[in-house]
Design a protein. Structure first.
Lengths: 248, 248
């Protein structure tokens, strides 16, 4: 099973929007996929019309009393299952810190899914925490939606430094530009500077479009309800690029 | 001393942009003000050209070995000081959970500032955590930048429920619309529905303007470098409304 995180410590950059669309496309490409909504706010769960599972509990999951396969729910889309968010997930940091190997708890929890799935996608909450460190340790690849702003450049520097210092050479970092408005000179300037500094940025850029914002109203992945729309094309380009990088 | 938090569990909604501009305006109105950047990413510290203090440490602050006044730094603006962000702040949840009264640690830490300041402004990281609960317990008022999206309505419901259930009747919740694009029908629809459901929404709406986005490039509060600009006027309207609500 491949573990792909969609993460950025910065908030509101399009993590959930990306995770939901790519999870749908991963399943549509034939991979048995499960999307785990790690954000206690549950935006991905809301978008996929899922609901919390009464039996979910951060404490029980971290201690091993409860296993992830017990909490999986189907979605309306073939090949795509969901691990719904839970309010108790806000306690992950505290629960993980109480155990041995606190930065490996997520990896250990996800092992129970290995038999059933080809791909585990993680929608991550914003913020820097013990959970975000767990995600970096568990993931094979991290997709990083990046706004074309000055602070994003700084965030990417911090992320690449962190990964280099920790020696995680097998972790693939896949940043791409999200919510791009090419009419803005600020966005043009930052994109040019960032591409020079980080040549591994994905080529696909996701524009800032109302059509994408409305996904939260439709509560469904865009390729599911508008497969030939410009937005669906953008996400399928993004997924193709990610799939190529995973095979390298 | 009044404690005013700028908080929203949702990421990327304009918390830091709001906190920096209102901190400047609070100081300009004659209140001795300190802005505490609680986000380990340090976006407010970056915007005010501050730097982390070597002696800052989440562990020492929570245990009382280190006091906040020791970490305060001046800014370029009269009457405005800064408590810079620190990378160790990502451990706040774990450190607070190790102490008695874990949800009151922030309030206790802030007491040492009472003598020196009229106003403590908190720029909060995104996410739901023990720190975010500490903020609700310590604050006299919480300013909530709210995007005009369907998920925001849900977030406001959750916040008001949480505050009502916890019995914090003296906590003032001050939501306002942030990053508004009135040309979008989605934004118009959500604003109308939200104002009906939450009549206490502030009247001031902060538009989605490049001029505001560029503040991250200027690295200064907008009223400091463009006092008569449309954006500066919007933030001074926002501050006036907040100041009126605080006196009620
Ligand atoms: N490409 C886009 N164009 C327009 N709006 C977008 C785009 N991507 C995301 N949005 C909108 O921006 C907001 C933030 O997106 P989203 O919730 O996916 O970000 P996030 O990084 O998951 O946020 P959080 O940090 O709170 O989890 C949402 O209102 C969403 O509808
Ligand atoms: N009114 C606005 N118009 C245009 N851009 C804005 C506006 N307010 C904020 N921004 C931009 O949107 C992005 C998010 O803003 P900001 O960093 O203030 O949000 P935040 O809520 O503090 O984010 P986080 O949750 O990561 O702390 C930044 O790039 C900022 O420049
Ligand atoms: Mg999200
Ligand atoms: Mg911020």
């Amino acid at each position: 099973m491949e573990i792909i995180a969609v993460s950025n410590i910065k908030g509101g950059v399009g993590k959930t929007t990306t995770a939901v669309n790519l999870a749908y496309l991963a399943a549509a490409s034939g991979r048995a996929t499960v999307l785990w909504d790690l954000d206690p706010q549950g935006a991905a769960t809301y978008t996929l019309r899922g609901a919390p599972n009464e039996r979910a509990s951060a404490r029980k999951l971290v201690s091993g009393k409860r296993e992830l396969p017990e909490l999986v729910a189907p979605t309306d889309y073939a090949g795509l299952d969901l691990l719904p968010a839970d309010f108790s997930y806000r306690q992950f940091d505290v629960r993980m810190s109480e155990r041995k190997h606190p930065t490996e708890r997520l990896l250990r929890m996800s092992r129970s899914l290995n038999q059933d799935y080809d791909c585990l996608l993680l929608d991550c909450p914003p913020g820097m925490s013990l959970l975000s460190e767990n995600v970096l340790r568990a993931a094979d690849a991290v997709i990083v939606p990046t706004l074309p702003t000055p602070l994003s450049l700084r965030m990417l520097e911090q992320l690449f430094d962190l990964v280099a210092q920790a020696g995680w050479s097998d972790l693939r970092l896949l940043p791409f530009f999200s919510m791009v408005d090419r009419r803005k000179s600020l966005h043009e300037e930052v994109i040019a500077a960032t591409r020079q500094r980080f040549p591994m940025m994905l080529a696909t850029e996701v524009p800032y479009w109302s059509e994408i914002e409305r996904m939260a109203v439709r509560r469904a992945p865009i390729p599911a309800y508008a497969p030939r729309s410009p937005a669906a094309l953008v996400y399928s380009n993004l997924w193709s690029e990610v799939a190529v990088r995973l095979r390298q």
